[in-house]
Design a protein. Structure first.
Length: 305
Protein backbone atom coordinates (compact mmCIF):
# COMPACT_ATOMS: atom_id res chain seq x y z
CA UNK A 1 0.00 0.00 0.00
CA UNK A 2 1.54 3.25 -1.04
CA UNK A 3 1.20 6.01 1.44
CA UNK A 4 1.71 9.69 0.91
CA UNK A 5 3.03 11.20 4.08
CA UNK A 6 1.86 14.77 4.39
CA UNK A 7 4.69 15.92 6.57
CA UNK A 8 3.26 19.38 6.86
CA UNK A 9 -0.38 19.42 5.90
CA UNK A 10 -0.43 23.14 5.54
CA UNK A 11 -2.76 24.59 2.98
CA UNK A 12 -2.31 28.21 2.16
CA UNK A 13 -5.38 30.21 1.48
CA UNK A 14 -5.72 30.86 -2.22
CA UNK A 15 -9.29 32.05 -2.02
CA UNK A 16 -8.27 35.48 -3.25
CA UNK A 17 -6.86 34.07 -6.46
CA UNK A 18 -8.90 35.05 -9.47
CA UNK A 19 -10.56 32.00 -10.97
CA UNK A 20 -9.10 32.83 -14.35
CA UNK A 21 -5.63 32.36 -12.91
CA UNK A 22 -3.88 29.85 -15.16
CA UNK A 23 -0.77 28.07 -14.06
CA UNK A 24 1.57 27.27 -16.86
CA UNK A 25 3.23 23.91 -16.72
CA UNK A 26 6.50 22.23 -17.38
CA UNK A 27 6.12 18.61 -18.45
CA UNK A 28 8.77 16.34 -16.95
CA UNK A 29 7.56 13.11 -18.56
CA UNK A 30 10.85 12.44 -20.31
CA UNK A 31 13.10 13.69 -17.54
CA UNK A 32 16.43 11.93 -17.06
CA UNK A 33 18.58 11.76 -13.98
CA UNK A 34 20.73 14.88 -14.01
CA UNK A 35 18.10 17.05 -15.68
CA UNK A 36 17.44 20.49 -14.31
CA UNK A 37 13.65 20.63 -14.31
CA UNK A 38 13.17 24.28 -13.46
CA UNK A 39 12.49 26.40 -16.48
CA UNK A 40 14.91 29.29 -16.38
CA UNK A 41 16.54 27.95 -13.30
CA UNK A 42 19.06 30.74 -13.19
CA UNK A 43 16.38 33.31 -13.96
CA UNK A 44 18.63 35.02 -16.42
CA UNK A 45 17.32 37.74 -18.66
CA UNK A 46 19.77 37.97 -21.50
CA UNK A 47 17.97 35.61 -23.84
CA UNK A 48 14.40 34.82 -24.71
CA UNK A 49 14.95 31.10 -25.25
CA UNK A 50 13.14 29.40 -22.36
CA UNK A 51 16.05 27.01 -21.96
CA UNK A 52 18.47 29.84 -21.47
CA UNK A 53 16.70 32.83 -20.13
CA UNK A 54 13.84 35.22 -20.36
CA UNK A 55 13.12 38.68 -21.53
CA UNK A 56 11.58 40.11 -18.40
CA UNK A 57 10.27 43.64 -18.30
CA UNK A 58 10.29 44.26 -14.58
CA UNK A 59 6.55 44.62 -14.27
CA UNK A 60 4.01 41.89 -13.75
CA UNK A 61 5.61 39.72 -16.41
CA UNK A 62 7.17 36.56 -15.08
CA UNK A 63 9.54 34.19 -16.81
CA UNK A 64 8.43 31.12 -18.71
CA UNK A 65 6.71 28.56 -16.53
CA UNK A 66 6.51 30.78 -13.49
CA UNK A 67 3.41 32.14 -11.84
CA UNK A 68 2.89 34.59 -9.07
CA UNK A 69 0.40 36.15 -6.78
CA UNK A 70 -0.20 39.82 -5.92
CA UNK A 71 2.69 41.70 -4.39
CA UNK A 72 5.34 40.00 -6.47
CA UNK A 73 7.27 41.04 -9.52
CA UNK A 74 10.27 40.11 -11.58
CA UNK A 75 12.50 42.91 -10.43
CA UNK A 76 15.67 44.30 -11.95
CA UNK A 77 18.97 44.88 -10.26
CA UNK A 78 18.77 48.37 -8.85
CA UNK A 79 21.27 49.68 -6.38
CA UNK A 80 19.41 52.97 -6.25
CA UNK A 81 16.49 51.50 -4.38
CA UNK A 82 15.75 48.56 -2.11
CA UNK A 83 16.12 45.90 -4.80
CA UNK A 84 19.91 45.77 -4.63
CA UNK A 85 21.78 43.37 -6.90
CA UNK A 86 20.43 40.14 -8.33
CA UNK A 87 22.14 36.85 -7.60
CA UNK A 88 22.34 35.92 -11.27
CA UNK A 89 22.12 38.22 -14.23
CA UNK A 90 19.84 41.21 -13.89
CA UNK A 91 16.45 39.96 -12.74
CA UNK A 92 15.12 38.39 -9.54
CA UNK A 93 11.76 37.60 -8.02
CA UNK A 94 10.69 40.20 -5.51
CA UNK A 95 7.97 39.81 -2.92
CA UNK A 96 7.08 43.27 -1.75
CA UNK A 97 7.60 44.41 1.82
CA UNK A 98 3.82 44.84 2.13
CA UNK A 99 2.15 42.27 -0.03
CA UNK A 100 -1.41 42.18 1.20
CA UNK A 101 -3.07 40.27 3.98
CA UNK A 102 -2.98 36.97 2.11
CA UNK A 103 0.68 37.32 1.23
CA UNK A 104 2.34 36.51 -2.07
CA UNK A 105 4.17 33.74 -3.78
CA UNK A 106 5.91 32.67 -6.94
CA UNK A 107 5.70 29.10 -8.09
CA UNK A 108 6.26 26.77 -10.95
CA UNK A 109 4.19 23.71 -11.77
CA UNK A 110 5.92 20.64 -13.13
CA UNK A 111 3.61 18.08 -14.67
CA UNK A 112 4.24 14.34 -14.70
CA UNK A 113 7.22 14.47 -12.38
CA UNK A 114 8.80 10.99 -12.38
CA UNK A 115 9.45 9.03 -9.22
CA UNK A 116 12.86 9.45 -7.63
CA UNK A 117 14.96 11.85 -5.63
CA UNK A 118 15.07 15.53 -6.53
CA UNK A 119 17.49 18.18 -5.33
CA UNK A 120 16.50 21.81 -4.99
CA UNK A 121 18.75 24.80 -4.67
CA UNK A 122 17.83 28.47 -4.42
CA UNK A 123 19.10 31.81 -3.14
CA UNK A 124 17.16 34.33 -1.09
CA UNK A 125 17.89 37.69 0.46
CA UNK A 126 16.04 40.48 2.23
CA UNK A 127 16.02 44.25 1.91
CA UNK A 128 16.26 45.14 5.56
CA UNK A 129 16.10 42.64 8.40
CA UNK A 130 12.67 41.11 9.02
CA UNK A 131 11.48 39.09 12.01
CA UNK A 132 9.75 35.75 12.00
CA UNK A 133 7.56 36.75 14.97
CA UNK A 134 5.08 39.60 15.08
CA UNK A 135 4.54 41.97 17.96
CA UNK A 136 1.52 39.81 18.71
CA UNK A 137 3.80 36.76 18.96
CA UNK A 138 2.38 35.34 15.72
CA UNK A 139 4.86 33.16 13.83
CA UNK A 140 5.04 34.26 10.20
CA UNK A 141 7.79 32.17 8.72
CA UNK A 142 8.21 32.56 4.97
CA UNK A 143 8.25 29.12 3.37
CA UNK A 144 9.67 27.21 0.49
CA UNK A 145 7.25 24.38 -0.25
CA UNK A 146 6.80 21.46 -2.61
CA UNK A 147 3.12 20.87 -3.20
CA UNK A 148 0.95 18.15 -4.66
CA UNK A 149 -2.74 18.28 -5.47
CA UNK A 150 -4.88 16.64 -2.80
CA UNK A 151 -8.20 15.63 -4.37
CA UNK A 152 -9.94 15.22 -1.00
CA UNK A 153 -8.93 18.68 0.16
CA UNK A 154 -9.38 19.96 -3.42
CA UNK A 155 -6.24 22.07 -3.05
CA UNK A 156 -2.48 22.03 -3.38
CA UNK A 157 -0.98 20.89 -0.09
CA UNK A 158 2.61 21.03 1.07
CA UNK A 159 4.36 17.67 1.27
CA UNK A 160 7.71 19.29 1.94
CA UNK A 161 8.45 22.67 3.43
CA UNK A 162 11.37 24.66 4.66
CA UNK A 163 11.53 28.00 6.42
CA UNK A 164 13.27 30.57 4.24
CA UNK A 165 16.28 31.93 6.12
CA UNK A 166 16.48 35.52 7.24
CA UNK A 167 19.56 37.45 6.20
CA UNK A 168 21.38 40.64 6.87
CA UNK A 169 20.35 43.48 4.60
CA UNK A 170 21.03 42.53 0.95
CA UNK A 171 23.07 39.41 1.71
CA UNK A 172 22.22 36.40 -0.46
CA UNK A 173 21.76 33.07 1.37
CA UNK A 174 21.73 29.66 -0.29
CA UNK A 175 19.32 26.85 0.60
CA UNK A 176 19.64 23.30 -0.71
CA UNK A 177 17.81 20.09 0.05
CA UNK A 178 16.28 16.99 -1.45
CA UNK A 179 12.87 15.45 -1.73
CA UNK A 180 11.65 12.01 -2.79
CA UNK A 181 8.68 11.78 -5.16
CA UNK A 182 7.02 8.39 -4.65
CA UNK A 183 4.62 8.42 -7.60
CA UNK A 184 4.34 10.13 -10.96
CA UNK A 185 2.38 13.31 -10.30
CA UNK A 186 2.15 17.04 -10.85
CA UNK A 187 4.19 19.08 -8.40
CA UNK A 188 4.49 22.75 -7.60
CA UNK A 189 7.54 24.40 -6.11
CA UNK A 190 6.71 27.61 -4.34
CA UNK A 191 8.16 30.50 -2.31
CA UNK A 192 5.74 32.33 -0.04
CA UNK A 193 5.79 35.31 2.29
CA UNK A 194 3.17 37.37 4.13
CA UNK A 195 4.14 40.96 4.85
CA UNK A 196 0.76 42.33 5.78
CA UNK A 197 -0.42 45.69 4.48
CA UNK A 198 0.50 49.30 5.23
CA UNK A 199 -2.13 49.57 7.95
CA UNK A 200 -1.22 46.23 9.50
CA UNK A 201 2.37 45.29 8.74
CA UNK A 202 3.81 42.02 10.01
CA UNK A 203 7.32 41.10 11.12
CA UNK A 204 7.89 40.06 7.51
CA UNK A 205 7.41 43.62 6.23
CA UNK A 206 10.68 43.65 4.27
CA UNK A 207 11.09 42.78 0.62
CA UNK A 208 12.19 39.21 -0.04
CA UNK A 209 14.08 38.20 -3.18
CA UNK A 210 14.49 34.79 -4.80
CA UNK A 211 16.98 34.01 -7.55
CA UNK A 212 19.15 31.24 -9.06
CA UNK A 213 16.64 28.46 -8.54
CA UNK A 214 17.18 24.86 -9.57
CA UNK A 215 15.19 21.65 -9.21
CA UNK A 216 17.19 18.67 -10.41
CA UNK A 217 16.35 14.99 -10.95
CA UNK A 218 19.20 13.35 -9.02
CA UNK A 219 18.28 9.70 -8.58
CA UNK A 220 15.75 7.13 -9.64
CA UNK A 221 16.26 5.07 -6.49
CA UNK A 222 13.31 5.23 -4.20
CA UNK A 223 13.78 4.42 -0.56
CA UNK A 224 10.01 4.55 -0.09
CA UNK A 225 9.37 1.86 -2.68
CA UNK A 226 12.31 -0.26 -1.60
CA UNK A 227 10.30 -1.33 1.41
CA UNK A 228 7.08 -2.28 -0.37
CA UNK A 229 5.98 -5.39 -2.25
CA UNK A 230 4.37 -3.69 -5.20
CA UNK A 231 3.36 -6.90 -6.99
CA UNK A 232 1.74 -8.68 -4.03
CA UNK A 233 -1.39 -10.69 -4.89
CA UNK A 234 -3.63 -12.88 -2.72
CA UNK A 235 -6.24 -15.12 -4.29
CA UNK A 236 -8.97 -16.12 -4.46
CA UNK A 237 -10.31 -12.87 -3.06
CA UNK A 238 -13.15 -12.83 -2.13
CA UNK A 239 -12.71 -16.40 -0.96
CA UNK A 240 -14.85 -19.23 0.33
CA UNK A 241 -11.88 -21.65 0.20
CA UNK A 242 -9.84 -22.86 3.17
CA UNK A 243 -6.53 -21.93 1.56
CA UNK A 244 -5.25 -18.74 -0.06
CA UNK A 245 -2.32 -18.35 -2.43
CA UNK A 246 0.05 -15.45 -1.78
CA UNK A 247 1.99 -14.47 -4.87
CA UNK A 248 4.89 -12.05 -5.37
CA UNK A 249 8.18 -12.04 -7.25
CA UNK A 250 10.02 -11.53 -3.97
CA UNK A 251 11.63 -14.83 -2.87
CA UNK A 252 11.77 -15.82 0.80
CA UNK A 253 9.72 -16.74 3.85
CA UNK A 254 6.39 -14.93 3.99
CA UNK A 255 5.39 -13.45 7.34
CA UNK A 256 1.64 -12.98 7.31
CA UNK A 257 -0.54 -11.08 9.76
CA UNK A 258 -4.30 -10.86 9.46
CA UNK A 259 -6.33 -8.15 11.15
CA UNK A 260 -10.10 -7.95 11.49
CA UNK A 261 -12.13 -4.77 10.95
CA UNK A 262 -11.60 -3.66 14.54
CA UNK A 263 -7.83 -3.84 14.05
CA UNK A 264 -7.41 -6.96 16.15
CA UNK A 265 -4.71 -9.38 14.95
CA UNK A 266 -6.39 -12.71 14.31
CA UNK A 267 -3.48 -14.55 12.69
CA UNK A 268 0.31 -14.29 12.77
CA UNK A 269 2.13 -16.97 10.83
CA UNK A 270 5.07 -17.79 8.57
CA UNK A 271 4.75 -19.50 5.19
CA UNK A 272 7.74 -21.18 3.55
CA UNK A 273 8.22 -21.66 -0.18
CA UNK A 274 4.83 -22.14 -1.88
CA UNK A 275 2.94 -22.94 1.29
CA UNK A 276 -0.63 -21.64 1.25
CA UNK A 277 -2.37 -19.66 3.96
CA UNK A 278 -4.91 -21.70 5.93
CA UNK A 279 -7.93 -19.52 6.73
CA UNK A 280 -10.33 -22.32 7.66
CA UNK A 281 -10.49 -21.10 11.25
CA UNK A 282 -11.66 -17.62 10.27
CA UNK A 283 -15.27 -16.50 10.14
CA UNK A 284 -16.71 -14.68 7.17
CA UNK A 285 -15.96 -10.99 6.98
CA UNK A 286 -13.47 -8.33 5.99
CA UNK A 287 -9.78 -8.59 6.91
CA UNK A 288 -6.50 -6.83 6.24
CA UNK A 289 -3.58 -9.08 5.30
CA UNK A 290 -0.08 -7.73 5.92
CA UNK A 291 2.64 -9.74 4.15
CA UNK A 292 6.37 -9.20 4.76
CA UNK A 293 9.23 -10.82 2.86
CA UNK A 294 12.86 -9.84 3.41
CA UNK A 295 11.77 -6.66 5.15
CA UNK A 296 9.52 -5.58 2.26
CA UNK A 297 5.82 -5.53 2.97
CA UNK A 298 2.40 -4.66 1.64
CA UNK A 299 -1.18 -4.82 2.88
CA UNK A 300 -4.19 -6.14 1.01
CA UNK A 301 -7.91 -6.16 1.86
CA UNK A 302 -9.37 -9.66 2.08
CA UNK A 303 -12.98 -10.79 1.95
CA UNK A 304 -13.78 -14.21 3.40
CA UNK A 305 -17.19 -15.63 2.63
CA1 LIG B 1 18.53 36.30 -11.85
Amino acid sequence: MKKITLLFGITLCFSLLPTSFVFSQYDATNAQVGDELTVNGMLSTTAIDPDEGVNGNGGAEVPYGWNYMQGTNYAPTNTGNTNGVCHSEDRQFKMYAMNGNSGSFVNQQITNLPTGTFTYDYWTKWAGVPEYVNEEGELLEPKFTIRIFDTEADSWVAVHEEVIPLSENQIWAQTTGSWVNDEVRDVRIQWYKRGGNAANPTGMNKSMFVDSVSFTYTSTSLSLEDTSLTDLKIYPNPSSDDFLTISTAEQGDKYVKLFNVTGQMVMNTKLVQDQKLNISSLSAGFYLAEVSINGRSDTIKLVIR
